[in-house]
Design a protein around this ligand. Structure first.
Ligand code: RB5
Length: 149
């Protein structure tokens, strides 16, 4: 189950992502926004991120104007590793090396086709583990208030 969230600026791109998920036969839950009325991205980032953090959803995709604000907000939720991404290489690496569990994109940055391509790569790429798991564990330790030295 994929958690989706956006503000008004990200709504058109989120709709593209919904069509992509339909074509991939992947289930999703949309945490809003549902209309083009101006709204605040942090609200929808938090709703979708909470669903990923608690395990209700496996991963999440967020859209705002730039992908920046909504990713910063999502990363405030414990357990979330959200990458703001506008290229395919970073999308792939964010999965292979960083085990990113949320992807954020900007509807004012990427077009529909690039956005769908980034999302498809991100959804189909696995985590490599190994030395990268150690680094993820260190990120989690920072989140838990530990000092890495
Ligand atoms: C909304 O105008 C815009 O600021 C928002 O979608 C996002 O780009 C913020 O980071």
């Amino acid at each position: 189950m994929i958690a989706l969230g956006s503000d008004h600026a990200g709504l058109p791109l989120k709709r593209e992502i919904m069509a992509l998920l339909d074509s991939m036969n992947l289930e999703y839950r949309d945490f809003g926004t549902l209309t083009a009325d101006s709204c605040d991205y942090a609200v929808f980032a938090q709703r979708a991120a909470n669903a990923v953090a608690c395990g209700e959803c496996d991963r999440g995709i967020l859209c705002c104007g730039t992908g920046i604000g909504i990713s910063i907000a999502a990363n405030k939720v414990k357990g979330i590793r959200c990458v703001a991404c506008s290229d395919c290489f970073s999308a792939k690496m964010s999965r292979m090396h960083n085990d990113a569990n949320m992807l954020a994109m900007g509807a004012r940055v990427v077009g529909a086709e690039l956005g769908r391509m980034i999302a498809e790569i991100w959804l189909t790429t696995g985590f490599e583990g190994g030395r990268h798991q150690r680094r993820i564990d260190q990120i989690t330790a920072i989140e838990n208030g530990e000092n890495l030295g």
